[in-house]
Ligand binder design. Structure first.
Ligand code: GDP
Ligand code: GDP
Length: 436
C-alpha cells in the first residue's frame, strides 16, 4: 500500500506550487468538484526511490469567514484521517495567522507525522522572518522555496524516512486479489456483504498507512480468492464531495494491491468522469478489469435493447481498451452477482495466462505474413519472432528488422489479434516491437 502525503494550508501559501514540483512530469489525476475554486490533484512522486502519493488539497472559494474556516478544517481533518503524513504549509510573506493556529491545533492532536513547512523563503531575509513561526510552540520547521525548489530535499528526506515500515506477512499470499471500486453509494458494501453472506470468513487488517483495509477470504462454488474491501469506510463523513475525492484515492491504493478490479457503476447514473478516472488508473496499473452496472433492478421499462445500448455507450466511452466484460447486476436482489464473481475469476486467469513461445510464433507469424505492416519509403518490416515476457500482466515483444516503422495502428492490430487468438478479455496488454 502506498504512502500518502497531503499538503494542507490556507489558500495562496504555495501548496499547488509544491505539488507540481513533486510531481515533475508525472501525470496528476484531477478531481473537479463543484464548490472548490481549484481542482484537487493527486499523483505519484518518489524520493530516493521511495514512491508515494501526494495530494494537493486545493482550495475553496468562500468569502464568508466562518464557512471558510469550516471548509479548511474539513480538509485538514480528511488529510489527518486519510494520509500517512501531513505537510502543513505556511507563508512567510503573510506571517502567522489565526487560521494557521487553528489548523495547527488540529494537526497537533493527530497521531500522524506532521511537517511544518514555511514557504516562500526565497532568501536569508525570509529565513530570519520565519522564526516568527516558533510562536506555534514547535521545535522544528522546514523552510522552503517551492518556487525554486530549495529546501525540498531536506523535507522529503525526513518525510520518506518516517514512512511506516509495513513489514506485513500476507496470510493470503498467492491467492487472487479482487477489489470492488466505485463511487460512493453504488452498492459496493451491499455486494461485498451479499458475497460474504454478511459473515467474513477470515478478516485481516493490513497494517496500512491510513485506515486499515480489510481482506476477506471468499471460498465458495469452486472459487477461492481474497476480496479487498474498500467499502463501508468513512460512511459517517457528511462532506460528500470530499468523501468522493478520498474514495478515489482509496480506490487507487486498493487497485495497486489487487489483480482484478471490479468497477461498479450505478445504473441510474451511468458512466461518469469519476468512473473513467478509476478505469484509467486500473488500466495504467495493468490490472484485470470487470465493469459491473449495479442497481439494474431500478432501471424501469427494460426493453430487449436496453442492456445492449447501455453496454455500447460504455464501450464507446472507455475508448481503445474496450475488450472488457460488462455485466448488469443487482446487489440488492443478488441478481447475477455470482456471474460477476465467475467473470472476475476468468479475467484473473486471462491475465495470468502465459502463451508458449512456440504456440505464439505458430499463430502470430502467419498473421504478420498475411497482413504485414505497411511499407514506409519502400522499406518492408519483417517480423521474425515473438515472445511473451514473464511479467504479472501480459506483455509481448515482437522482434523485427525495422521497429521504428511499426506505427500505432499496427500495434493495435497486433493487440487485437492477440486478443482474438488467445482471449485476454478484461486484461490490458502491452505490445513492443524491438530490433532483432
Ligand atoms: P496554494 O493556493 O496554496 O496552492 O498556492 P499556489 O501554489 O497557487 O501559490 C500561490 C502564489 O504563491 C503563486 O503566485 C505562486 O507563484 C506563489 N509562490 C508559491 N511558492 C512560492 C515561493 O516559494 N516563493 C515565492 N516568492 N512565491 C511563491
Ligand atoms: P457503497 O457506498 O458503494 O458501499 O454502497 P452501499 O452498498 O452502501 O449501497 C448504497 C445504497 O444503495 C444502499 O441503500 C443500498 O441498499 C442500495 N443498493 C445497493 N445495491 C443496490 C441494488 O442493486 N439495487 C438497489 N435498488 N439498491 C441498491
Amino acid at each position: 500500500m502506498s504512502n500518502i502525503v497531503a499538503i494542507v494550508g490556507r489558500p495562496n501559501v504555495g501548496k499547488s506550487t509544491l505539488f507540481n514540483r513533486l510531481l515533475e512530469r508525472r501525470e496528476a489525476i484531477v478531481d473537479s468538484t463543484a464548490g472548490v475554486t481549484r481542482d484537487r490533484h493527486y499523483g505519484k512522486s518518489d524520493w530516493n526511490g521511495v514512491e508515494f502519493t501526494v495530494i494537493d488539497t486545493g482550495g475553496y472559494d468562500v468569502n464568508n469567514d466562518d464557512i471558510f474556516q469550516e471548509e479548511i478544517s474539513k480538509q485538514v481533518q480528511l488529510a489527518i484521517d486519510e494520509a500517512t503524513s501531513v505537510v502543513f504549509m505556511l507563508n512567510v510573506e503573510e506571517g502567522l495567522t489565526e487560521t494557521d493556529q487553528e489548523i495547527y491545533e488540529m494537526l497537533r492532536r493527530a497521531n500522524k507525522p506532521v511537517y511544518i513547512v514555511i514557504n516562500k523563503v526565497d532568501s536569508s531575509k525570509e529565513e530570519l522572518a520565519a522564526t516568527e513561526f516558533y510562536q506555534l510552540g514547535i521545535d522544528k520547521y522546514y523552510t522552503l522555496s517551492s518556487a525554486t525548489g530549495s529546501g525540498t530535499g531536506e523535507l522529503l528526506d525526513d518525510v520518506v524516512k518516517d514512512f511506516p515500515t509495513t513489514e506485513y506477512n500476507d496470510p493470503f499470499e498467492g491467492l487472487p486479489k479482487i477489489t470492488i471500486v466505485g463511487r460512493p453509494n453504488v452498492g459496493k458494501s451491499t455486494l461485498t456483504n451479499a458475497l460474504l453472506d454478511n459473515e467474513r470468513n477470515i478478516v485481516t487488517n493490513i497494517a496500512g498507512t491510513t485506515r486499515d483495509s480489510v481482506q476477506s477470504l471468499y471460498k465458495k462454488f469452486g472459487h477461492e480468492f481474497v476480496l479487498v474491501d474498500t467499502a463501508g469506510m468513512r460512511k459517517k463523513n457528511k462532506v460528500s464531495e470530499d468523501l468522493e475525492f478520498y474514495s478515489v484515492m482509496r480506490s487507487v491504493r486498493a487497485i495497486e494491491n489487487s489483480d482484478v478490479v471490479i468497477i461498479m457503476v450505478d445504473a441510474t447514473l451511468g458512466w461518469e468522469a469519476q468512473d473513467m478516472s478509476i478505469f484509467g488508473i486500473a488500466q495504467r496499473n495493468r490490472k484485470g478489469i470487470v465493469i459491473v452496472i449495479n442497481k439494474w433492478d431500478l432501471v424501469e421499462d427494460k426493453k430487449t435493447n436496453t442492456m445492449r445500448d447501455f453496454e455500447a455507450a460504455i464501450r464507446h466511452k472507455i475508448g481503445q481498451f474496450s475488450d472488457v466484460p460488462i455485466l448488469f447486476t443487482s446487489a440488492l436482489t443478488k441478481q447475477r452477482i455470482l456471474k460477476a464473481v465467475d467473470t472476475a475469476m476468468e479475467v484473473y486467469e486471462n491475465r495470468k495466462q502465459k502463451i508458449k513461445t512456440s504456440k505464439l510464433n505458430e499463430v502470430m507469424l502467419p498473421i504478420f505474413e498475411n497482413t504485414p505492416p505497411p511499407a514506409i519509403k519502400g522499406k518492408y518490416v519483417k517480423i521474425k519472432y515473438c515472445v511473451q515476457l514473464p511479467t504479472p500482466s501480459p506483455q509481448f515483444v515482437f522482434f523485427c528488422n525495422l521497429p521504428q516503422y511499426v506505427k500505432e495502428p499496427y500495434k493495435r492490430f497486433t493487440e487485437n489479434q492477440l486478443r482474438k487468438e488467445f482471449g485476454f478479455s478484461g486484461v490490458p496488454i502491452e505490445v513492443y516491437f524491438r530490433q532483432k
